[in-house]
Ligand binder design. Structure first.
Ligand code: ADP
Length: 254
């Protein structure tokens, strides 16, 4: 854990569906290089919290990324601020190759409207070659270099999730939010994912991770936020949170 600058700072986040407060004054912050876990029973508001931060559901509260205020309720604004969301089910383009899947997740830095200016061709070529190399590097990082040219459809479920991580890091996030990344993975794949996510955090990305596998969360996270019916009921380093009476009752069956 680096005790670095705060990257994600969300305060007093509220989301209501009709009369139901799915997220009720939740505050969570993640420092550079830190992994924060979000746990809680089904329906406690975990996914809705990520939806709020991603701007895909109407929410109130305050959100800042690296000290810059981000207005809630706009997916494009959240994305531009550096928040990248990964979903529960890997959703690769099945008939594109793995490398193509990564390439289309990479920001396109070409100046819009200048795409056909032949005088800029050397510069364009340089940018495109750099993106090409970066996409291969991302695949290499998740252990899929050998599969760069195969269609995503033929990957195993675990490999599809790794491809998803390659896509996530290629989007150059400041905050990477993952919803149940260990779901459907076997123990070996889960261990591999853990090492990978720690290395992404070590690069300075702030990670916010929902998961049900308590061992995985315990080994992965620097801090844990526990939700119950939309509210934070415990927060802190894993060792601290596991000692909380309510958490023990809910998770550890004591
Ligand atoms: P969790 O991820 O912890 O399982 P959710 O965030 O999915 O919990 O759900 C929190 C609460 O909000 C639940 O009561 C759920 O039924 C409700 N909810 C979630 N999404 C919607 C929606 N789009 N419309 C209405 N209610 C929703």
């Amino acid at each position: 854990e680096t005790s670095g600058r705060t990257v994600l700072d969300a305060a007093d986040i509220c989301v209501s569906f009709g009369g139901v407060r799915a997220v009720d004054h939740v505050s969570v912050s993640v420092a550079e290089g830190q992994v924060v876990g979000v746990i809680g029973p089904n329906g406690s508001g975990k996914t809705t919290l990520l939806n709020a931060l991603s701007g895909v559901v109407p929410a109130s509260g305050r959100l800042a990324v690296e000290g810059h205020r981000v207005r809630l309720g706009g997916p494009e604004r959240s994305r531009r601020a550096g928040l990248v969301r990964m979903f529960q089910q890997p959703q690769p383009y099945r008939f594109l190759t793995c490398q193509e899947n990564v390439l289309i997740a990479t920001p396109d830095r070409r100046a819009r409207g200048l795409g056909s200016a032949w005088l800029l061709r050397p510069r364009m070529l340089h940018i495109e070659r750099a993106r090409w190399a970066a996409s291969l590097a991302a695949l290499d990082r998740v252990g899929l270099a050998a599969k760069a040219q195969v269609p995503a459809a033929i990957l195993t479920y675990g490999e599809q999730r790794l491809l998803d991580v390659a896509r996530g890091i290629s989007a150059e996030p400041r905050v990477l939010m993952l919803d149940e990344p260990s779901a459907g993975l076997n123990d070996t794949e889960t261990a591999q994912l853990l090492v990978l996510l720690r290395s992404v955090a070590a690069d300075g990305v702030a990670l916010l991770v929902i998961d049900h596998k308590i061992d995985f969360i315990d080994a992965l996270c620097d801090r844990i936020t526990v939700l119950e019916t939309g509210q934070v009921v415990a927060e802190g380093p894993p060792a601290h949170v596991w000692q909380d009476r309510r958490v023990m009752d809910a998770y550890l069956g004591t």
